[in-house]
Write a protein that binds this ligand. Structure first.
Ligand code: ZN
Length: 131
């Protein structure tokens, strides 16, 4: 079972999609298994990080900007190579274990869709495996 979700993003940001992942698991009826959260874009990403203090994801965005600044030497004509770098650095998917019909996340963990080159209409998939 694969579930598709749509998202309208701002220029840059981390969007908490944990509830959508939970809803896909719940709709699937799977109690014991795993799910893959996958982003089919080259300037966005999926990650798991702190869900309690919103300053954490702001700090991640700040540090990614410092680590991967836009550079004059970049050749990609679209002009968004820094966003491509951030996407590959974070990665386009996460796998979450499903136990008793719930994602086995730590209490402080949330699943995030990361936008690095918005605003755009984005989508992501949740593939639920198991029984
Ligand atoms: Zn590009």
């Amino acid at each position: 079972m694969v579930y598709e979700f749509n998202l309208s993003t701002g220029r840059e940001g981390f969007y908490n999609i944990t509830n959508q992942v939970k809803s896909a698991i719940s709709q699937s009826g799977v109690k014991d298994g795993a799910c893959i959260v996958f982003c089919p874009h080259t300037t966005a990403a999926i990650t798991i990080n702190e869900n309690a203090d919103p300053d954490v994801v702001d700090d991640l965005l700040f540090a990614l900007d410092k680590t991967y600044p836009d550079r004059q030497q970049f050749r990609h004509a679209e002009g968004n190579s820094a966003a491509h770098l951030k996407s590959s650095c974070i990665g386009c998917s996460e796998t979450v274990i499903i136990e008793n019909g719930r994602p086995l996340l730590g209490i402080w963990q949330g699943v995030y869709f990361c936008e690095f080159d918005g605003p755009r209409s984005r989508r992501y998939y949740v593939k639920v495996l198991g029984e």
